[in-house]
Design a protein around this ligand. Structure first.
Ligand code: AG3
Length: 283
């Protein structure tokens, strides 16, 4: 390795990815996880939880725009939006871009929100101060169980399916999400690397298919994540994300004055086009 201080991420699946650091800014151990904030030459400041890079100043928009705009444009009028996890605020911020939404965020670890606001303020960009948003420090699993029939869209912005996040990828949770959604509601979740975490993706899609009639996986670039290609999955009761017309998407973005840097009407549709080897993984 060239000289210098490197952040090196060792993946359980036998792969390492690293970036040259400018500075290690913060290290914190919460009751839930180990957190680090680092500053790197290529990606800027990054949030790391339990040794997995969660988001960077440079590419956070690629991930958060795809996790949020694809489902929120698929739903014709999502007002009540529940965000589970997402302590850095990048997801909440993109939900708030849609003026009709009244989001509730449930994050289990207050210290992720605190440290993200302190060290990575450009990611939430004021979202936590927005009076339209309600932020609760609580267990998302329990919150969903206790709030049936309340949401149009649920967004799961979690860590990888290891350790405490595992239940967020399992069928019992998806059954509770089904119940917390209105009769035309939908869920979107990050769904791991389609290259390196194939069995995780397969299990998640299987669990979603056991509960929801429409399940669609889509892809996007997130260079800071291992392999750079990431997947997301929408599970829906009524609206099918591939049936939203490009002209309607363009009209929505212009009416709501949203100017994304990754997401666009073309990207919305391109993201659902899977290379045959990935389609086969999911068949
Ligand atoms: N959640 C998905 C992060 C996955 C990264 N995995 C890894 N580095 N092995 C990101 C949360 C951002 N709001």
């Amino acid at each position: 390795m060239p000289p210098g201080d490197w952040y090196v991420e060792e993946e359980t699946f036998g792969y390492i990815q690293g970036v040259l650091l400018r500075e290690r800014l913060q290290r914190h151990r919460s009751p839930f996880q180990n957190m680090e904030v680092i500053d790197s030459q290529l990606f800027g400041r990054c949030l790391v939880l339990d040794g997995a890079l969660q988001t960077s100043e440079w590419d956070e928009f690629m991930y958060h725009e795809m996790l949020v705009h694809v489902p929120l444009v698929t739903h014709p009028d999502a007002r009540r939006v529940l965000v589970i996890g997402g302590g850095d605020g990048g997801t909440l911020r993109r939900v708030l871009d849609h003026p009709q939404t009244e989001p509730i965020q449930v994050e289990i670890d207050a210290s992720v929100i605190e440290n993200s606001q302190k060290f990575l303020p450009s990611i939430s960009n004021g979202a936590f101060q927005n009076p339209r948003a309600e932020v609760l420090i609580a267990d998302g699993l329990q919150y969903v169980r206790e709030h049936p029939g309340e949401f149009d869209v649920v967004l799961v912005d979690s860590t990888d399916p290891v350790g405490p996040a595992i239940p967020l990828f399992e069928e019992p949770f998806y059954r509770d999400v089904y119940k917390t959604l209105a009769e035309d509601g939908l869920l979107a979740a990050q769904s791991s690397s389609p290259l390196y975490m194939v069995s995780d993706l397969q299990a998640q899609v299987r669990n979603l298919r056991a509960v929801f009639p429409i399940v669609r996986t889509y892809l996007g670039l997130v260079p800071a994540y291992p392999g750079g290609l990431w997947s997301y999955t929408i599970a829906s009761k009524r609206y099918d994300p591939v049936r939203v017309g490009k002209a309607d998407i363009a009209a929505r973005l212009s009416r709501e004055a949203i100017t994304p840097r990754y997401y666009s009407p073309d990207i919305h549709h391109a993201a659902f086009v899977l290379p045959p080897f990935i389609a086969e993984i999911l068949s």
